[in-house]
Design a protein around this ligand. Structure first.
Ligand SMILES: [Zn+2]
Length: 355
């Protein structure tokens, strides 16, 4: 099969998938999943449909090799976010091809990848190709956009043996960018954790007409916001960003210099790369008095904090101390979310294949 044939087949399958309305909620992914099941079983895959809810099934399609070996999963979801047809030039479920583009909700996230993976794997399988050992699995799931309770979460909780794997390729990353005169493709092998917290200032309420009467909690947030606006540089370098810097020709041993160099070459890239190198503290919401004429006894700013994979509360506190100093009786810090990010090593057989 020529690459033109593969492209044409991928476009056709993408258009077919777009025409199934799988907006989640409610999802209703059954028809799309069954369509993929037919397509892959005709190509020689062993297929299995597994569902927590009848209208929202998941597909596991397996091509076994001879004997034990590593299992590679290509993971995709067939549900999409909402679409308001009145805001679209082409119907979001038409799959129309116009001006060299395929139109439709899910064309980018991520029926395109599902279609191309299915076509690539089916064409290999149809030609009689089998993995030398282990297995290739295509796992296409429902319910990614709203948390995976009947999709990936349910599948791994309920049927771990059917989806256990050594390597897994999912959506995200892969965007092309230019650096140092060369085309580069990003590979995402980790995700930062989230440690959101509130900074609460305490004071004494009073009437706004007599400012000295109370102890205005809102004013105590001024130095906090000022410190957040002028954060000193600080890094917590982890394995994946270090590998990326090396590939870009930068020295992970001197991150300040690397950032300055990237900034000089391509300022937009610094904006993307710098947050990968450490804990970020970003104030996003604030509140104080609920009445115009009342001096607040309490004022709060909420901080969206992201932490390199593998690092936890210790790293967050180090950064808080550095930027905001010690909490006090009048200035409290409380975490509202704590999730440690996870990552895979950027050195693996799969990474070598991707390179
Ligand atoms: Zn997606």
């Amino acid at each position: 099969m020529t690459s033109d044939d593969l492209e044409r087949q991928s476009v056709t399958l993408l258009q077919e998938l777009i025409r199934f309305d799988t907006v989640n909620p409610p999802g209703n992914e059954r028809a799309a999943i069954e369509h993929l099941e037919r397509y892959l079983s005709e190509a020689g895959f062993d297929t299995e449909i597994l569902a927590a809810e009848p209208e929202r099934p998941n597909l596991v399609a397996t091509l076994d090799g001879q004997g034990d070996g590593p299992v590679l999963v290509l993971l995709g979801h067939v549900d999409t976010v909402l679409a308001d047809a009145s805001e679209w030039r082409h119907d979001p479920w038409s799959g129309d091809e116009a001006d060299g583009f395929i139109w439709g909700r899910g064309a980018l996230d991520m029926k395109n990848q599902v279609a191309t993976e299915a076509v690539a794997a089916a064409s290999l399988a149809g030609q009689g190709w089998r993995p030398a050992s282990g297995a290739l699995k295509l796992v296409f799931v429902a319910d990614e956009e709203t948390g995976g309770d009947v999709g990936a979460h349910w599948l791994t909780d309920t049927h771990p043996d059917k989806v256990r794997c050594d390597f897994l390729l999912n959506e995200g990353a892969g965007e092309v960018f230019e650096y140092g005169g060369r085309r580069r493709y990003g590979v995402c092998c980790g995700e930062k954790g989230i440690f959101r917290f509130n900074v609460t200032a305490l004071g004494t309420a009073g009437h706004a007409s007599m400012p000295r009467l109370g102890d205005n909690a809102l004013l105590k947030l001024a130095p906090v916001l000022n410190a957040l606006a002028h954060q000193p540089e600080s890094f917590d370098l982890t394995e994946a960003p270090a590998a990326m810097l090396r590939v870009l020709g930068e020295d992970p041993g001197d991150l300040s210099a690397a950032m300055m160099h990237i900034e000089a070459e391509e300022p937009r890239l610094r904006t993307l790369v710098e947050p990968m190198l450490g804990v970020t503290l970003t104030p996003t919401m604030a509140s104080a008095s609920s009445k115009m004429n009342v001096i607040p006894s309490r004022a709060q700013v909420r901080i969206d904090c992201r932490v390199p994979p593998g690092l936890g509360e210790d790293a967050v506190w180090r950064r808080i101390h550095q930027v905001l100093g010690e909490p006090t009786d009048q200035l409290r810090i409380d975490f509202t979310e704590q999730v440690v990010g996870n990552s895979s090593s950027p050195e693996s057989v799969m990474m070598t294949a991707i390179e």
